[in-house]
Structures are given as structure tokens and as C-alpha cells.
Design a protein around this ligand. Structure first.
Ligand code: SF4
Ligand code: FES
Length: 330
């Protein structure tokens, strides 16, 4: 019989929560929710070994534990530092953390192009959110940005290396969801780039998940490229009968047209269940899908503008897939 581990107490921004021992601080913060959850550009709870690369999740540990209450002298990454009983952490309430996130954001943007107006990820991009919340108005860098030619990774995925922040999530997807490891980050420092050997992993049925885990617009769906700004589409939960995956997906609709298909994501923008390439790229017709209803979109997201969550009754004369009535009108 599996026994529940003894819970330990952790306090984050003055809120105490009981959590399982051995989890990273970021997971404890997610149990509290709200603004005390550090941003995570490389950590991904569904991918083993993720985290520790971007430093956006830095937090201040003001008390190490009940046994050893000394504060940690430096800020620590919340995704790679495990909780201890009695630990006290500051995120939102620490001026040092706020300054550190501003600094990390500035570094992440040093080479990132300002091409949001033409990037398919705009509206869903975590770097865009970070830049709005913590970015400077002007760059202080005098050096030219590094640039790359965009690359097709097989028929379905576009790599825009200019936008990549080297979080390595796509490498972990290729490593953990496909059966061969022909991919990785080549070179070091500001020469580092995602190897186009990723294209060798593209034939695998689950390679499209690289698009969903990429926090920026470096990997985008070639079948949906430039078809619509994301905020003009209506996300709808749908299921299909699939032998390779659960068939649980989100259809991004414009009228009756499926613009793209993605996996369902949780409140932290992480995929709930990885979906196969057939569902993602080949089922762009409603005949494959059973519509469950509008997908939930966080109020924080630009996509929530004009997004309505309650479907019109089927006998309503205005009923149409992708046409929903606002909650406030109920
Ligand atoms: S392509 Fe995207 S997922 Fe891959 S390392 Fe770059 S930013 Fe991360
Ligand atoms: S999310 Fe913790 S270092 Fe990137």
C-alpha cells in the first residue's frame, strides 16, 4: 500500500502551504498560485531534466529550513531548488528578485528580434509577457543581434533560430518522446544554436509537440503559418478517435475552419497530454472531431479578448461552431 509522504510547510510571500517533500520551490508556488508563481521559460514539469537554463525563476530564500534557518546568500532558481521544511521564500515581495527578473529579461531580449507583428507566437509568447512586465523600453546593447536563416524542419515545423532562447525544451521533447537522439544544442555561449539534426526526429509521430513546448516563436506550425493572428481565432476543446494518442486537443477555429490544432494546456502553459502529429497536422476537418465546447483561456491572455465560454444553444438561429455567447449575457 502506498503511504502518503509526510507533508512539510513552506512559506512563499507570507503564505504558508503544505507540500510533499522533494518538490522544487516553483511547484510549491504553483500550489499557492497568483503572482507568487515565478515565471518559467525553460522548466517544464512534463519533461524530465528541464529547468536551470534561463534563470527567469530566481527567488530569494530568506530562511533555509526549520533545522538550518540561515538565508541562502544568493538568489536561487526555483525550478532547481527543492523545498525544505520551514523554508521561507520571497518572490513578489523581494526587490532583489524583481531586479533579477528585469536583468534576465534584458539578457533574453539581447538577441531576440522585435518581430512580434509577424510572429505566429505573438499573443501566446511567454517572452512577450515577460518583456511587457519586466522589459526596458530600449536596449542597452551596442552589438548587432545574431541572425540565422529560418529553416524547415520537415513538412510541419519551421525553425526561426533568431527567436530561440535556448531553453532546450524541444531537445528534451525530441529526446524523450521520439526514439532516436539526433538532436541537440551545438556550440557554446552566443554561438549556441539548436541543431538542425532535429529534422531527423521529425519523422516521429510526436515531433509536433516541440511547437507546443517552445516558449517563443522559434518553432511554429508550418500548416498554420500566417493563417491568422491567434486572438482572431476561437479555441475549442475537441476529441477524436486516435490510435496513437488520447485524441484530446484544442481546435483553433475561424468560423468553421480549423486554423490549427494544439494540445490542451494547463494554467502554466504546459501541455496536459502530448498529442500525435496526425491529430495536430492532418485532421483539419471537423468531420474528425467531437466538439466539447470552448476552451478555457486565462483572463491574463490577449486571446481572452472577445473569447466567450458558453456555447449558444443548438436551436439558436445564430448557432455556429466557433460562435459563442458571452458569460455576462447569461
Ligand atoms: S527552439 Fe524553442 S523550445 Fe527549442 S530551445 Fe529554442 S526556444 Fe527552446
Ligand atoms: S525556469 Fe528555472 S531556470 Fe529556467
Amino acid at each position: 500500500m502506498n503511504e502518503e509522504p509526510n507533508k512539510i510547510k513552506v512559506t512563499i510571500d507570507g503564505i504558508t502551504v503544505e507540500v510533499n517533500p522533494g518538490i522544487p520551490i516553483v511547484e510549491a508556488a504553483r500550489q499557492i498560485g497568483g503572482a507568487s508563481v515565478p515565471p518559467t521559460m525553460c522548466y517544464y514539469s512534463k519533461l524530465e531534466g528541464s529547468g536551470g537554463r534561463c534563470r527567469t525563476c530566481l527567488v530569494e530564500v530568506t530562511k533555509g529550513s526549520e533545522k538550518d534557518p540561515r538565508p541562502m546568500p544568493k538568489l536561487v532558481p526555483a525550478c532547481r531548488t527543492n523545498v525544505m521544511d520551514g523554508m521561507e521564500v520571497k518572490v513578489l515581495t523581494s526587490e532583489r528578485v524583481i531586479q533579477a527578473v528585469q536583468g534576465v529579461t534584458e539578457f533574453l531580449l539581447i538577441n531576440h528580434p522585435l518581430d512580434c507583428p509577424i510572429c505566429d507566437q505573438a499573443g501566446e509568447c511567454k517572452l512577450q509577457d515577460l518583456a511587457y512586465e519586466h522589459g526596458l523600453e530600449k536596449t542597452r546593447s551596442e552589438f548587432p543581434r545574431r541572425t540565422f536563416q529560418s529553416d524547415d524542419l520537415g513538412p510541419y515545423i519551421k525553425l526561426n533560430m533568431n527567436r530561440c532562447i535556448l531553453c532546450a525544451r524541444c531537445v528534451l521533447v525530441a529526446n524523450q518522446l521520439t526514439d532516436q537522439r539526433n538532436q541537440g544544442i551545438l556550440f557554446r555561449g552566443d554561438h549556441a544554436e539548436i541543431s538542425t539534426y532535429l529534422s531527423k526526429a521529425i519523422e516521429n509521430d510526436f515531433s509536433g509537440n516541440m511547437i507546443d513546448v517552445c516558449p517563443v516563436g522559434a518553432l511554429t506550425d508550418r500548416t498554420a503559418r500566417f493563417k491568422s493572428r491567434v486572438w482572431f481565432t476561437e479555441p475549442v476543446n475537441a476529441t477524436c478517435t486516435c490510435e496513437k494518442c488520447s485524441g484530446r486537443a484544442v481546435l483553433w477555429m475561424k468560423g468553421d475552419t480549423i486554423i490549427r490544432v494544439t494540445a490542451r494546456k494547463d494554467a502554466y502553459n504546459e501541455v496536459e497530454e502530448f498529442i500525435c502529429n496526425d491529430c495536430r497536422f492532418e485532421r483539419k476537418d471537423l468531420k474528425y472531431w467531437n466538439i466539447e465546447g470552448p476552451a478555457h483561456i486565462s483572463d491574463h491572455s490577449v486571446i481572452s479578448v472577445n473569447h466567450y465560454e458558453l456555447p449558444l444553444p443548438k436551436n439558436d438561429p445564430h448557432y455556429k461552431i466557433g460562435n459563442f455567447k458571452a458569460k455576462t449575457l447569461e
